[in-house]
Design a protein around this ligand. Structure first.
Ligand code: GLA
Length: 393
């Protein structure tokens, strides 16, 4: 698969940029979050894993300071040109290119200025707008390319932080660290149990014998979500600052259920109260889910996934009718251990754990019910947990 993609990228690179010598090919993965949603900017835990789906790039350093970018996913935009020697600004014209350009600018901001530019050709295998972090994968990929091509030796943690910084400050999306961290630290067969308050993490083997991870795409794009997402952040922060008037905490992730119940009346606004209740309970569910997985109690893990979805629907209000239909349909079918929306929400995908022998039946039945209720044809991906960024040699 990788060999085929590499051959294709090299031949497309030649077609687009007219050169085939000294071209290197890199990959960085997207991610699916198994549990721990909207906890990463609340100082809580997350439990994502990298996918074998992601973004590829063929890249070659140029003798001058030009940067030229092209995406096989957005061919109509053609070659986009920028100058490595100047401060880059977000241009509304080419949405996708703002992700890689933001990374170049964030490297520059951190003292890693590149003098010679590069030609780069991207190709992504993640459907964009699906909530599987196509944006984090292009950020981590671009950072990894810069680090390798110009010898910056950026650590995985810095790659993730640069990706987040760029998305927050260049792209105006106030995301947490989860997506970039999952892409940078991906490890095949493992999910990443990350404490976002400290960035301490643990690789947990996801040894799902006889079970598959099934991602179901509502095909409702979550593109216009940055305002909803940023609102949720603000509401969580308001709840936190109310709580700070009665208890000494830095983040909602520090609270257990008992202490939350004790102090919650300090939260003045009912909506902010529910946002905080989600952040607190979701963090606790994530910790419990990892314990259950380590103990081989997969049914408990599944039950917590279902509860996570309900909390994201009722308390955090980041699902949408299509996500609810998808998750609730899956939860009702035989062979499904648990199902929930994954990622930022407002559209995108669900993730479900499904017993092997039921996978076809579950996807067929879900497709039938989902399509009849929404009029939209969904897509399904049975995925493997993949590695972090790499060069295709
Ligand atoms: C998006 C953000 C992440 C995280 C999730 C919700 O994917 O980029 O930082 O907040 O939403 O868990």
């Amino acid at each position: 698969m990788n060999d085929e993609i590499k051959t294709k990228l090299l031949s497309d690179f030649k077609r687009i940029y007219g050169s085939s010598s000294d071209v290197r090919v890199f990959f960085a993965p997207g991610r699916v979050n198994l549990i721990g949603e909207h906890t990463d900017y609340n100082g809580g835990h997350v439990f994502p894993c990298a996918l074998s789906l992601g973004t590829y790039a063929a890249v070659k350093v140029r003798p001058d300071s030009k940067i030229r970018l092209y995406s096989l996913n957005f061919e109509k935009d053609g070659i986009i040109e920028a100058a490595a020697s100047v401060k880059l600004v977000n241009s509304l014209e080419y949405k996708w290119a703002n992700y890689p350009l933001g990374i170049v600018e964030t490297f520059r901001k951190r003292g890693m200025q590149i003098n010679s530019g590069f030609d780069i050709l991207y190709y992504g295998t993640i459907p964009n707008g699906s909530g599987l972090s196509s944006s984090a994968s292009i950020e981590i990929l671009t950072g990894y390319c810069l680090s390798e091509l110009y010898g910056f030796n950026v650590t995985k943690q810095d790659l993730a932080l640069i990706g987040q910084d760029s998305e927050n400050n260049f792209n105006g999306m106030n995301c947490g660290i989860m997506d970039q961290f999952a892409s940078a630290f991906g490890k095949a067969g493992h999910a990443i149990f990350l404490d976002t308050a400290t960035l301490k993490y643990e690789y947990v083997p996801v040894d799902l014998k006889g079970i598959k991870i099934v991602i179901s795409n509502t095909n409702v794009k979550h593109e216009l979500t940055s305002s909803g997402y940023n609102d949720r952040r603000r509401e969580s922060e308001t709840a936190l600052s109310d709580l700070k008037t009665v208890t000494d905490i830095k983040a909602l992730g520090e609270l257990d259920e008992e202490s939350f119940n004790k102090y919650a009346s300090a939260i003045k606004d009912e909506v902010c109260f529910r946002r905080a209740r989600h952040a607190v309970t979701e963090n606790l569910r994530t910790i419990e889910a990892v314990k259950a997985l380590n103990a081989g109690e997969i049914a408990t893990f599944g039950k917590l996934m279902n509860e996570s979805h309900a909390s994201l629907d009722k308390d955090y209000e980041v699902t949408c009718p299509e996500l609810n239909i998808m998750a609730e349909t899956e939860q009702s079918l035989s062979g499904v251990i648990g199902a929930r929306m994954t990622g930022g929400g407002f559209g995108g995908c669900t993730v479900a754990l499904v017993h092997d022998e039921y996978v076809d039946q579950v996807t067929e039945k879900t497709k039938e019910i989902y399509t009849s209720k929404t009029g939209i044809t969904p897509a399904f991906y049975v995925v493997d947990i993949g590695d972090g960024p790499s060069e295709l040699l």
